[in-house]
Design a protein around this ligand. Structure first.
Ligand SMILES: Nc1nc2c(c(=O)[nH]1)N[C@H]1C(S)=C(S)[C@@H](COP(=O)(O)OP(=O)(O)OC[C@H]3O[C@@H](n4cnc5c(=O)[nH]c(N)nc54)[C@H](O)[C@@H]3O)O[C@H]1N2
Ligand SMILES: Nc1nc2c(c(=O)[nH]1)N[C@H]1C(S)=C(S)[C@@H](COP(=O)(O)OP(=O)(O)OC[C@H]3O[C@@H](n4cnc5c(=O)[nH]c(N)nc54)[C@H](O)[C@@H]3O)O[C@H]1N2
Ligand code: SF4
Ligand SMILES: [Mo]
Length: 681
């Protein structure tokens, strides 16, 4: 690997750039690798392989070290002045001709609160609410359902109290591989001491290995399973009568709704054994404390919001909220996906989840910011991509890789070419290849700021070296953009002063400070004047002050793609050794050694029917695209379903996924596509 920075790494206590667990990570000068410090979550300094390898990406061969601009169709290096001139000239022309709403901004769940806060403020100063982040592709539906029912979309509990659960109900999440340190260090000891786990997942994976009950649901059929479980609980009078009476509303209507639910039929629909569903229901209902987890298998569906509603019903029915070892716990994705939305990188909300549509909220921001944010909610990420060349003329993509990660890739590639595209990244990514201007930013160890992890802890990242070559810190780049594009005051002394401004406008962060966090964390909601943040939400009343939460009548709606004869369901997801678009993990030799190319997991019966053997190459196709991939024949995947990751540019699974969007959360259906699989000649 080429060394692109002469700057020596100076070990400091920072946070891992990968997942939402938020492990404390620093540099070990002896091994030249990442090593854990005793952080708020990784209390013993433990890390997963990604954290250990996290320094390798810094000096990748194609690390961007100079700005680039497109000249006669080719990207050529340029000065910062030239790069910004191009952006300002084109963006200003677009605003003049089409209005500020013709600009779209993708903020970054991989970047700090300070960077995202300032980025959304500038977008709004220009006059656009078309600002979003990757939570849209991830837990948007969870946030929508939980926001609707519980008034807040974040984890209700903490990694510390979850060990008090008697049962873990894990739906569509694989924490053993996707949140390894939480799984091994926080859930693991409880599992060893007798906490039972029910795992609802079409695949047997590392998480399932520690589960007593596995419900191998067919992708897209969680509502039939969860409704059937609710029906069994009511039939067998296992629900928590006292909780239902005191803390819920709409029980009778919910019960009436379930009268039409037939457990046998639902089990057939989801293609799982009826008795397994009944057992799972009893296990959850009979537990003193059961904690529910929900992940991408639930959220990334055309009706992802409804999936989570069905899970919330079960939690209310069994009285499992508002105390240690219970709750609805979405394990969040990137190291700052929680924070990016907290600080307002959202088309519908300003910092602290304050709705843009509320005139009083806007008036408060006008007082604080000196301008009124636009009132109309903006476009979401996939909507904005598709509007390129039409409603959207200019796109600024800050640290995302949509050419790999948005659904229906062939369409997305066309979209990206339709807009004047600015990309601020670390590498020459598949998205950067489509850019008109590329801005070289700073990797995690080259910046300071805060990130907010999955259980609402705000923690500090510390800078260990300067960005290489002419690359600049992301905050400096965003400040410069703001200065050149608007008359906003973007001369912040440092990241801390941006954070201080954020705490002034966001009540849920109001009591948090750099000093207060120190080498530990502070958890939101942390209100002005309070002594600490709130750990367990909804204890005596629901967040926002309501005493009760309502049941919701949720019915099954089939997924977007209809299955033709001979077709299989393709579901997609992740593995331990890689991360999202692979932009970071594919540039990390150690991780590539641990898992090289992608494979298609297929059940032995489906393979035999198609004359396919383990290690063969197959073509996977549907009306949206096709790809070739090696197969791994395994009984671990449920019959009728195949699985691939989205970590690779080749094969690129999103060639096949559809852009059916959940009507409420606008999340795409990554977890269910109809495909045909055939052996290559
Ligand atoms: N190693 C690693 N860790 C990561 C990431 C990574 O890329 N690699 N990414 C981070 C990010 S951004 C996120 S959002 C989180 C996501 O973490 P998870 O939510 O655990 O994500 P996935 O692995 O996509 O999906 C979870 C499980 O859903 C199952 N599944 C598929 N379809 C269905 C369905 O219809 N119903 C049910 N019940 N299950 C289904 C899959 O088999 C898979 O095991 O992980 C974070 N952590
Ligand atoms: N088929 C399928 N598709 C999916 C999913 C799925 O389960 N299946 N999951 C979806 C989910 S949950 C998510 S979260 C998205 C993720 O989608 P993306 O956010 O597009 O994917 P990442 O790989 O996390 O992209 C991060 C980009 O930021 C750059 N970067 C990282 N750190 C920094 C930094 O500090 N500064 C700068 N300037 N750049 C940086 C990286 O090089 C990379 O290009 O993918 C979604 N797509
Ligand atoms: S569990 Fe997540 S935060 Fe911790 S080392 Fe692994 S990737 Fe990093
Ligand atoms: Mo995610």
């Amino acid at each position: 690997m080429a060394t692109t920075s002469d700057d020596k790494l100076e070990p400091k206590k920072s946070i891992c750039p990968f997942c939402g667990v938020g492990c404390g990570l620093t540099y070990d000068e002896n091994s030249g690798k990442g090593t854990g410090w005793e952080g708020p979550v990784n209390e013993k300094g433990e890390l997963c392989p990604k954290g250990v390898a996290a320094f390798e990406m810094l000096d990748a061969d194609d690390r961007l070290t100079q700005p680039m601009v497109r000249e006669n169709g080719h990207l050529v290096t340029a000065s910062w002045v030239e790069a910004f001139d191009r952006i300002i000239e084109n963006f200003s022309e677009i605003v003049e001709e089409h209005g500020p709403e013709a600009l779209g901004f993708f903020a970054s769940s991989n970047c700090t609160n300070e960077e995202n806060y300032l980025f959304q403020k500038i977008a709004r100063k220009i006059g656009s609410n078309n600002i979003d982040n990757c939570a849209r592709l991830c837990h948007a539906s969870t946030v929508a359902a939980m926001g609707d029912r519980l008034n807040v979309g974040a984890m209700t509990n903490t990694t510390d109290d979850l060990k008090e659960a008697d049962v873990f109900l894990v739906c569509g999440a694989n924490p053993a591989e996707q949140h390894p340190v939480i799984f091994n260090s926080h859930l693991g000891p409880a599992l060893q001491e007798g906490t039972e786990m029910v795992h609802v997942d079409p695949r047997e994976n590392q998480t399932t290995r520690q589960a007593e009950t596995h419900v191998p649901v067919t992708p897209g059929y969680d509502i039939p399973v969860l409704n059937a479980m609710a029906k069994v609980i009511i039939e067998e009078e296992l629900h928590d009568e006292e909780f239902v009476a005191e803390r819920t509303e709409g029980f009778d209507a919910f019960k009436a709704h379930l009268e039409d639910v037939d457990v046998t039929e639902n089990a057939e629909l989801a293609e799982v054994d009826e008795e397994t569903i009944r057992e799972a229901a009893r296990t959850v209902a009979e537990a003193d404390r059961a904690a529910a987890f929900t992940g991408m298998g639930m959220s990334q569906h055309k009706y992802g919001t409804d999936n989570v509603h069905a899970l919330i019903n079960l939690v209310l029915l069994t009285g499992n909220i508002g105390k240690a070892g219970t709750g609805v716990n979405p394990l969040r994705g990137q190291n700052n996906v929680q924070g990016a939305s907290d600080v307002g990188a959202s088309p519908t909300s300003l910092p602290g989840y304050q709705p843009v549509e509320d005139p009083e909220v806007r008036a408060e921001f006008e007082e604080a910011w000196g301008f009124e944010p636009p009132a109309e909610p903006g476009l979401t990420e996939v909507e904005a991509s598709h509007a390129a060349g039409d409603e959207i003329q200019g796109l600024y993509v800050f640290a995302e890789n949509p050419a790999i990660t948005e659904p229906h890739s062939s369409q997305i590639r066309e979209d990206l070419d339709e807009a004047f595209l600015v990309v601020q990244d670390l590498f020459m990514t598949e998205t950067a290849e489509h850019a008109d201007v590329i801005l070289p930013g700073s990797a995690w160890a080259e910046k300071k700021g805060t990130v907010t992890n999955t259980d609402r802890r705000v923690m500090r990242m510390r800078q260990m070296r300067d960005p290489p070559g002419e690359a600049r810190t992301d905050l400096e780049i965003i400040e410069e953009f703001g200065r050149r594009m608007t008359d906003l005051d973007c001369d912040f002394a440092d990241a801390e002063s941006v954070f201080d401004e954020l705490t002034d406008v966001s009540p849920i962060y109001a009591g948090i400070s750099y000093d207060g966090i120190g080498e530990s964390d502070q958890r939101w909601p942390f209100y002005e004047g309070a002594e600490s943040g709130v750990d367990i939400l909804h204890e005596d009343e629901f967040y926002g002050g309501e005493k009760t939460a309502e049941f919701a009548a949720i019915g099954h709606i089939p997924p977007g793609d209809e299955l033709e004869a001979d077709e299989l369901v393709l579901t997609t997801g992740r593995v331990l050794q890689h991360f999202n678009s692979g932009a970071m993990s594919r540039r990390t030799e150690t991780l590539m050694r641990m898992r090289g190319d992608d494979t298609l997991e297929i059940h032995p019966a489906d393979a035999a029917e198609r004359g396919i053997e383990d290690g063969d190459w197959v073509t996977v196709e549907n009306e949206r695209g096709e790809l070739e991939v090696e197969v791994a024949v395994t009984p671990a995947i449920t019959e009728g379903t195949v699985f691939m990751t989205f970590h690779y540019a080749e094969p690129l699974v999103n060639e096949l996924t559809g852009d059916y969007l959940d009507p409420v959360a606008k999340i795409p259906e990554y977890k269910h596509s109809a495909v045909s699989v055939s052996a290559d000649e």
